[in-house]
Design a protein around this ligand. Structure first.
Ligand code: EPU
Length: 342
């Protein structure tokens, strides 16, 4: 049933050629239950979607369970609203395209994010002012240890910036998200959509195209254009998107850094906190475009590290050097965004 010593090179966007001791792709909940029932004893499990937010820096001595369950269903409707249930193995961007084709709104700012729907709640994916939690209704997950199925609502998932309950020690690595239910807006009954356009890059692109009346499709197209300009296509340059989270610090800490670096890019948050632009912090230290041992900081975006031949280990080694420099220069710890398998 399981493939042994399986090379993961085509199953992660950083193109690490790590080996999985065992590998199994499941396309239904039944198949997942069967796999869990007969898994080799004493071997842990590692759940993998499309591998866009994981870095394999060593071989994986575990059973890698690859979620490819498919299906998107409209499960409820109300005036101007539609609820859709999406299987965990669906590719995120294909869901975005599906929703736009049907005239639903809500996902357009999240266009072109790599990864699967099942992985989206784990780190509460987000871009251009929208996060998964803004559209999230509930999810269904199966516990690896017991096979038990649970349903969690938005509050129970405890979402925050690139965070959910699935990142906490009690939950991390223990559950397989088999489906996610989202609440989208539908244009039936003539309601008008609202769009989040306040990011400078979006405003610039809208005025460049002289767009005055937006649709979900146009908005998605604008986002795709912006992302393609600065984020490398993993099929061309293997990468895992933003390699670090934007660090959240106190206002006092932010002021301290700003005094030394007046052009610091930051976003004030509620509760006396500020989010610093990690890309800016790294860029200022002249890391953009630098290559060390087969890993390279992307030319257009300092937050993205690419594998240029050294594999996952080289990318992690480079990330540690950047972390050290950022700590020395600003006294700020950069937390990696992808899951690192060292
Ligand atoms: N900046 C630089 N130099 C750089 C990169 C960025 O000076 O090399 C500055 C930019 O000029 C800008 C600021 O830093 O003023 C923020 O940069 P950007 O708008 O590119 O966004 P980001 O903070 O780098 C975040 C997400 C992205 C998401 C974008 C758009 C994180 C860790 N990353 O990036 O998400 O697409 O905002 O909303 O929150 C991902 O998670 O993989 C990802 C790509």
């Amino acid at each position: 049933m399981f493939q042994k010593q399986y090379c993961l090179v085509n199953n992660n966007t950083i193109a690490s050629d790590a080996l999985a001791a065992y590998f199994y792709a499941f396309s239904s909940e039944e198949q997942l239950h069967q796999a869990l029932a007969v898994r080799p004893s004493g071997v842990g499990c590692f759940v993998l979607g499309s591998g866009s937010n994981v870095v394999f820096a060593s071989d994986v001595n575990a059973l890698v369970l690859h979620n490819v369950i498919q299906g998107i269903d409209v499960v409820d409707r109300a005036e101007g609203v539609v609820w859709i249930q999406v299987a965990g193995g669906v590719l995120w961007h294909s869901l975005v395209l599906w929703s736009i084709e049907r005239g639903y709104s809500g996902l357009e700012n999240l266009s072109l994010i790599p990864g699967t729907v099942g992985a989206a709640p784990i780190q509460n994916i987000g871009a251009y002012g929208v996060e998964l939690c803004d559209l999230f209704e509930s999810l269904e997950a199966i516990e690896i240890e017991t096979g038990q199925r649970i349903s969690l609502n938005k509050q129970q998932c405890d979402f925050a910036y690139r965070h959910s309950i699935f990142k906490t020690p009690a939950y991390a690595g223990r559950w397989v998200v088999v489906s996610v239910t989202l609440r989208l807006r539908s244009s039936r009954d003539g309601n008008r959509f609202e769009f989040k356009t306040e990011y400078g890059e979006i405003e610039a692109e809208l005025s460049r195209r002289s767009i005055t009346r937006l649709t979900p499709e146009l908005m998605s197209d604008v986002i795709i254009c912006i992302r393609q300009r600065k984020l490398p296509d993993p099929n061309v340059l293997p990468n895992a998107g933003s390699f670090f989270k934007n660090p959240i610090v106190s206002v006092d800490e932010c002021d301290r850094i700003k005094n030394k670096f007046p052009s610091l890019v930051y976003y004030p948050l509620e509760g006396g906190k500020c989010k610093l632009a990690a890309g800016w912090l790294i860029d200022q230290l002249n890391w953009k475009g630098k290559e060390v041992g087969g890993a390279k900081v992307h030319d257009q975006q300092a937050l993205v590290l690419t594998n240029v031949g050294g594999g996952g280990k080289a990318v992690v080694d480079l990330s540690k050097r950047i972390q050290g420099d950022v700590m020395d220069a600003y006294g700020v710890f950069l937390e990696p965004e992808p899951l690192i398998f060292a």
